[in-house]
Design a protein around this ligand. Structure first.
Ligand code: KG4
Ligand code: ZN
Length: 344
C-alpha cells in the first residue's frame, strides 16, 4: 500500500511516499527559508506562490526517489489544516487534481496529528498509552493517545485527548521572536539552539510561568517579554549583553516548562511513554532534557530524527496511510481549515 503525502501548510513544499504505513520510500522538501528570510518571518502570499511553483517538481522528485509513478499510489494524502489558508489551498487543490486525474482516493490529513504519527516510520506502531508533546511554530500542546488503532470512521478518530496547551504563544513562535529581537536569522529556533550551546543556561533566571500551577497548560508570552525587558535594561545601562547566555537561559526556561508539564501529565494520567513532535522537538536541549527526565521517571521516550520533526511530507504520507487503513477517506469537497485542532 503506497500513499503519497503533500505538505504545504507553511513554508516548506514537501512530499513523502510511505509504503505499508511504516516504510518511508521518499521524503523530498523544497524549502522556502531563503525567500522568507529577508522578511524575518513567513509571508503568506509569498509562501502560497512558492508552493505553486515548487509542488509539481517536488512530487516528481519524490516519485523518482521512490522509483514509482502516480499510478502505483493507493491514495493521495494532503494536509488540510491547520496552517496558512493560501498555502493549504495550493496543496489541497493539487491533491484533488491528482486524485481525480489518476482515479485515486483522496485523504485529508491533520498536520498536528501527522507530526505525532510520523514516529511510526522510525519506531513502528505508536504504543499507547502515551503522552505526545506537540511543539511547533504555531502550536504547543500535550495530548494523550490512549487507544491502539489507526484512524476512525469520521476522520476525527478520537484517539487524541488534549491535556494542556499554551494559553498564549507557541514555543516555536517564542523562539522565532526572541531570535529576531537579538538579531539572529530566520527561522530562529535552530539559531538559538546553536548560540545557546556556548552559553550558560543558569546565567539569567527568566520566569517559568504557571510551572507550579496545577494542570498542564502553560504560558510563554511573559517569558518573551522578560527577555526583551532584560535586554532593554542592559542597553539603557550601556552594558553589552552576553547573547549566548541569554539564548541558553531563555531556551532553558522554555524547556523546563515543557519537561515539567509533560512529565506531570504522563504521571497523573498513567501514560507510559512520551513522544516529542513538531519543529521545536528538533531542539538539542529539549531532546537531551527529555532523555534525562524520562530515564529518571522510568518513562519510554520516542523522538523522531530531526528531519522528521520539522515539517515534511513523510508525516503526511504516514498519517494518510493510517487513515487509508481505517477507511477514512475525503472526497473532492475536501476544504481547508486554518485552525484545525489537534484533538477534537
Ligand atoms: O513543525 P514546524 O517545522 O512548522 C510548523 O508546523 O510550525 O515548526 C517550526 C518551528 C519554528 O518556530 C522553528 O524556529 C522551530 O520549529 N524550530 C526549532 C528548532 N528547529 C526548528 N526551535 C528550537 N530549536 C530547534 N532546533
Ligand atoms: Zn509543523
Amino acid at each position: 500500500m503506497l500513499v503519497l503525502g503533500i505538505e504545504t501548510s507553511c513554508d516548506e513544499t514537501a512530499v513523502g511516499i510511505v509504503e505499508d504505513r511504516f516504510t518511508l520510500r521518499a521524503n523530498v522538501i523544497a524549502s522556502q527559508v531563503e525567500l522568507h528570510a529577508p522578511y524575518g518571518g513567513v509571508v503568506p502570499e509569498v509562501a502560497a506562490r512558492a508552493h505553486l511553483e515548487a509542488l509539481l517538481p517536488t512530487i516528481d522528485h519524490a516519485l523518482v526517489e521512490a522509483g514509482c509513478g502516480l499510478s502505483d499510489m493507493d491514495a493521495i494524502a494532503v494536509t488540510s489544516g491547520p496552517g496558512l489558508i493560501g498555502a493549504l489551498l495550493v496543496g489541497v487543490s493539487a491533491a484533488k487534481g491528482l486524485a481525480l486525474a489518476h482515479d485515486k482516493p483522496l485523504i485529508g490529513v491533520n498536520h498536528l496529528r501527522a507530526h505525532v504519527e510520523v514516529a511510526q516510520l522510525e519506531f513502528g506502531e505508536l504504543q499507547p498509552p502515551l503522552a505526545a508533546l506537540v511543539v511547533s511554530g504555531g502550536h504547543t500542546s500535550i495530548v494523550a493517545l490512549e487507544k491502539v488503532g489507526s484512524g476512525g470512521e469520521s476522520g476525527d478518530d478520537g484517539r487524541f485527548r488534549q491535556l494542556g496547551a499554551t494559553i498564549d504563544d507557541a514555543a516555536g513562535e517564542a523562539f522565532d521572536k526572541i531570535a529576531r529581537f537579538i538579531g539572529l536569522g530566520y527561522p530562529g529556533g535552530p539559531e538559538i539552539d546553536r548560540l545557546a550551546r556556548q552559553g550558560d543556561p543558569k546565567a539569567i533566571d527568566f520566569p517559568r510561568a504557571m510551572l507550579h500551577e496545577p494542570g498542564y497548560d502553560m504560558s510563554l508570552s511573559g517569558l518573551k517579554t522578560a527577555v526583551i525587558r532584560y535586554l532593554r535594561r542592559l542597553e539603557a545601562a550601556g552594558t553589552e549583553p552576553d547573547l549566548a547566555d541569554v539564548a541558553a537561559s531563555f531556551q532553558e526556561a522554555i524547556v523546563d516548562v515543557q519537561v515539567v508539564k509533560t512529565l506531570r501529565a504522563a504521571r497523573d494520567e498513567g501514560l507510559e511513554r512520551v513522544v516529542l513532535a513538531g519543529g521545536v522537538a528538533a531542539n538539542t536541549r529539549l531532546r537531551a532534557r527529555f532523555a534525562e527526565a524520562c530515564e529518571r521517571e522510568g518513562l519510554g521516550l520516542v523522538v523522531p530524527s530531526i528531519p522528521l520533526c520539522t515539517d515534511n511530507g513523510a508525516m503526511v504520507a504516514a498519517s494518510g496511510a493510517n487513515l487509508l487503513a481505517a477507511g477514512t477517506l475525503a472526497d473532492l469537497e475536501l476544504g481547508v481549515d486554518p485552525n484545525l485542532p489537534l484533538a477534537g
